[in-house]
Design a binder for this molecule. Structure first.
Ligand SMILES: O=c1nc[nH]c2c1ncn2[C@H]1C[C@H](O)[C@@H](COP(=O)(O)OP(=O)(O)OP(=O)(O)O)O1
Ligand SMILES: [Mg+2]
Length: 204
């Protein structure tokens, strides 16, 4: 069986990776399957650094190939915030509702044309004995004034896609997984991942 371990505890991300990988016969496991591993501190100053920290820490602990995902929302009118602090924007423990409320209140007086934003996703692939590989992907949109839609996770309900005319939370998972920052990053990792999996490094 081909398997990829993702260094995440976020069930929303896990579902998306599963959705993208399972048609290719790849099973995913996440940190929820390895409850005894130590917590990875996100001490990096970029998405890439944090993705590498997640991937390499877990890869070293398990001696297996591991993928890390560090992602977030970059809002132009907020000088790029919440950025790498997206998950903990309204404080710990992280809470999507509170994070959305904080963003909306900071944007109260910002007009529609200045509410541009993008999702960013850095992925790192750590392979024992090899140099870690990183890629990134983005997805452009605008921040609405209120939530719309129930699908997805995180900031999806306030992230509007002008070309589609719906929020990310109003897309089906099929639709989101074709256009998202995570999907765009993953496309760039495809060749690398395929050759590693073909070589059998991660067959269990
Ligand atoms: O597709 C997305 N749709 C909506 N929101 C999203 C998305 N992708 C990332 N986000 C938000 C959620 C969280 O506020 C932050 C990620 O933070 P990030 O540290 O990478 O993930 P996390 O702490 O939730 O899980 P983990 O570190 O275990 O992978 O950006
Ligand atoms: Mg995190």
């Amino acid at each position: 069986m081909k398997e990829v371990i993702i260094a995440t505890k976020n069930p929303g991300k896990a579902k998306e990776f599963e959705h993208i990988f399972s048609p290719r016969g790849i099973t995913i496991r996440t940190l929820l399957d390895f409850p005894d591993l130590p917590e990875v501190e996100e001490t990096g100053s970029t998405f890439e650094e944090n993705a590498i920290l997640k991937a390499e820490t877990v890869s070293r602990a398990l001696n297996k190939m591991v993928m890390g995902d560090d992602s977030g929302l970059i809002i132009d009118a907020l000088g790029g915030r919440p950025g790498i602090y997206s998950a903990r924007y309204a404080g710990e423990p992280k809470n999507d509702e509170n994070n959305i409320d904080k963003v909306l209140s900071e944007l109260t007086h910002v007009p529609k044309e200045k509410r541009t934003a993008r999702f960013y996703c850095a992925l790192a692939l750590a392979v024992p004995g090899q140099e870690t590989f990183t890629v990134s992907g983005t997805c452009e949109g605008e921040i609405l004034e209120e939530k719309r839609g129930k699908n997805g996770f995180g900031y999806d309900p306030i992230f509007f896609l002008p070309e589609i005319g719906r929020t990310m939370a109003e897309l089906t998972s099929d639709e989101k997984n074709k256009i998202s920052h995570r999907a765009n990053a993953l496309k760039k990792l495809d060749a690398e991942l395929d050759s590693l999996l073909e070589r059998g490094d991660n067959h269990v």
